[in-house]
Design a protein around this ligand. Structure first.
Ligand code: KIV
Length: 300
């Protein structure tokens, strides 16, 4: 199955079809997201905060991004997987950025990379695009600069900041970025940028006028349920479901209600506990299908 390419998202902007993007950080998450019909996945460096427990995205390393991106790529067949270049892997020089972006493309199998910043990274974006690496840009609240910004605040609220953001947006488009993430900017400003650019804008906390929206998997699903950003909506309560399921399991073990004979092996039951990959799942031990299934020769 062919993967979606960057041209598809440029077509969607022209056609006025909203673009849906969501983050994923591992194989099962990526599979579920793709099965739900998403064809643009971001392996965000939010990985550091929502999966690795860091207090910002600053400590995330290239090795961590590659490790997780490989799993996401393995979990997808069709989606375009965009991978964040982490802090200080693209700011030192265009050469270093090219080398690191090249690793993400070659080792992780990414379809594109994302970098934060405007005019100051435009030349680096140009070099990566010239080398054949599709680049998504990111403006507004750029979390890798949290120490410079003094916290996670809405950006572009003054006329000067608004003009700067618009200039930066034009600079990254002219440098060849294929799309632009706008994070935590007033809706009116995001609307103006979206009107002005030919490439799609993908908002997170940037209002409804953007060409698409991106959200963090863990926010949407209620996995880390102690915090919900202002811009997010919870579409699931996975933390509740996990706590409840794990409590039930623990209760069952403690009162010796798990495992029963149905979840145990006898001398005559099949020895395989999992189907080989690509095959139908093995029937659960003790299930009707299991009783009917032929016993493999090696297990007899
Ligand atoms: O790292 C990330 O998840 C991101 C999104 C917030 C756009 O950059």
């Amino acid at each position: 199955m062919a993967r979606v390419t960057i041209r598809e998202f440029q077509r969607r902007k022209r056609a006025g079809e909203p673009i849906v993007m969501i983050t994923a950080y591992d194989y099962p998450g990526a599979r579920l997201v793709e099965q739900a019909g998403i064809d643009l996945i971001l392996v965000g460096d939010s990985l550091g905060m929502v999966v690795l427990g860091y207090d910002s995205t600053v400590p995330v390393t290239l090795e961590e991004m590659i490790h997780h991106s490989k799993a996401v790529v393995r979990g997808t067949e069709r989606a375009l997987v965009v991978v964040d270049l982490p802090f200080m892997t693209y700011q030192l020089s265009a050469e270093e950025a090219l080398r690191n972006a090249g690793r993400v493309m070659k080792e992780a199998g990414a379809g594109a990379v994302k970098v934060e910043g405007g005019a100051p990274v435009a030349e680096t974006i140009r070099r990566m695009v010239q080398a054949g690496i599709p680049v998504m840009a990111h403006l507004g609240l750029t979390p890798q600069s949290v120490h410079q910004l003094g916290g996670y605040h809405v950006q572009g609220k003054t006329p000067k900041a608004e003009a700067q953001l618009l200039d930066d947006a034009i600079a990254v488009e002219e440098a060849g970025a294929f799309a632009l993430v706008l994070e935590a900017v007033p809706s009116e400003l995001a609307g103006r940028v979206t009107q002005r650019l030919h490439i799609p804008t993908i908002g997170i906390g940037a209002g409804p006028a953007c060409d698409g929206q991106v959200q963090v998997f863990h926010d949407l699903l209620g996995i880390n349920d102690d915090f919900l950003p202002h811009h997010a909506r919870r579409y699931g309560h996975v933390a509740d479901a996990v706590r409840s399921a794990v409590r039930s399991y623990a209760d069952d073990v403690r009162r010796r209600a798990f495992p029963t004979a149905a979840e145990s092996f006898g001398m005559t039951t099949a020895s395989e506990t999992r189907a080989p990959s690509g095959a139908e799942p093995a029937p659960r031990a003790g299930s009707a299908e299991h009783q009917a299934a032929p016993v493999p020769a090696e297990a007899r």
